[in-house]
Write a protein that binds this ligand. Sequence first.
Ligand code: HEC
Length: 127
Amino acid sequence: MKNNLRSPLSGLLLLLLLLISSCTTSTFEDLIPVEETDPSEIITYQDVRSTFDNICSACHTNPPQNSAPMPLVTYLNVKEAVLNRDLLDRISRNEGADGLMPFGGPRLPQQTIDKIFQWNEDGLLEN
Ligand code: HEC
């Protein structure tokens, strides 16, 4: 008797579970960031500019402040600093080392440094 009452209910529960788990699976796949999983992606200035806009701009504005020697405001500013002002070397020095940028630290996250190096390897494209 009990079984007769329970089976339609458990059938419904099973169906619900199936629905929920199939939804969960596709949602999870949607959440995997494409950025991180595609090594063939080309890094452009648009992918790295937030660091210059948000962190370096505390001093490397136009005109520069706090004794910074040049602005890092535009694509050309930053590209020029990579080519002629050792920007890549300055951001990859050890924590606390002389000349590390951002000035006074802390060092940028390694992932950000790697991305800026990748931008250089990909040809310092603007877009
Ligand atoms: C708190 C102010 C400040 C911040 C923030 C800062 N800088 Fe600097 N930067 C300076 C000063 C001051 C100098 C000049 C002294 C020196 O060369 O170490 C300088 C020099 C440099 C130089 C060498 C320029 C040359 O011609 O020798 C580079 C490249 C540079 N900064 C890049 C950056 C980058 C990239 C960031 C952001 C990740 C950054 N800086 C953040 C103050 C700052």
